[in-house]
Write a protein that binds this ligand. Structure first.
Ligand code: CA
Length: 270
């Protein structure tokens, strides 16, 4: 890893209560007046760093802490998942090569749950296909190791400056409507009574509407079942889901692709 100074230059820490100079940078926000700085500094930005290399993790923790962030480190994907389930973060810095559950799996799981926490992938893998995959799976940015900390910090701030509403939380396919934030699903205006897992499964299918998803991919994303585990749970759950989403309606949205998996699409679309 390239070394970069940890100093925060002209930036101002948010722990102090003194008026800040014009243009002070506070946790990713460039502020134009001391008054605004004080408002924005009430809640420090919380970062989750998922990184298994101890040296890199402590380097990042120290750097971001000095820049005024509140930092939590998870040494593997499972712990990352646990942290995400128990706390709220403003941004996740995610390594890809992790023991147990890798960065791709963690990111797919996160997005399948409808969580829009910005994710910056930090990885030694640098092929174009990896980069494309990262952005497709729902990463907000991608930085290759070795990196300069100053560049990582700049990118984190850029991602955090983006407007918080990054996509509509209402997803629609035909007359099926999913309110991701509110965990509500309706068809033709009728509320669907779904379990938490069914909602996660449906939101995965809706997010990737028109795309055939393999049983393995669905099992990994929704149930965290990996490497050849029993994907029977997928078939059973899709059957139950269809009972609620499709059976009462003439227009069937969930289609089986024999030998592969499932796709959700609106056959009446064209
Ligand atoms: Ca790693």
């Amino acid at each position: 890893m390239k070394t970069a100074p940890f100093g925060h230059g002209s930036e101002t820490h948010c722990a102090d209560t003194e008026p800040r100079p014009q243009g002070a940078v506070c946790h990713g926000f460039s502020v134009s007046s001391p008054a605004r700085a004080i408002v924005q500094c009430k809640l420090p930005m919380k970062l989750l760093i998922v990184e298994d290399e101890t040296k890199t993790a402590s380097f990042l923790k120290r750097g971001f802490s000095e820049a005024g962030f509140v930092v939590t480190v998870a040494p593997d994907g499972i712990e990352g998942m646990h942290q995400i389930e128990t706390a709220t973060f403003d941004l996740i810095v995610l390594d890809i090569m992790l023991p147990g559950m890798d960065g791709w799996q963690l990111l797919s799981w996160l997005r399948a749950r409808g969580l829009q926490t910005p994710v910056l992938i930090l990885t030694a893998r640098d092929s174009v296909s990896d980069r494309v995959r990262g952005l497709e799976v729902g990463a907000d940015d991608y930085l290759i190791k070795p990196f300069a900390f100053s560049e990582l910090l700049a990118r984190v701030r850029t991602v955090l400056r983006r407007p918080p509403v990054r996509e509509s939380t209402i997803l629609r396919v035909g007359d099926l409507e999913l309110d991701i934030a509110g965990h509500r699903a309706t068809r033709a205006g009728h509320r669907l009574d779904l379990t938490a897992k069914e909602f996660t499964l449906l939101s995965l299918l809706v997010r990737r509407a028109g795309e055939v998803l393999t049983r393995t991919f669905i099992a990994e994303s929704v149930w965290d079942i990996h490497s050849g585990g029993d994907t029977n749970v997928v078939d059973v759950s899709v059957r139950r889901l269809r009972g609620k989403v499709d059976d009462p309606f003439a227009n069937k949205l969930v289609r089986t692709v024999r030998g592969v998996g499932y796709v959700l699409e609106n056959p009446e679309r064209s």
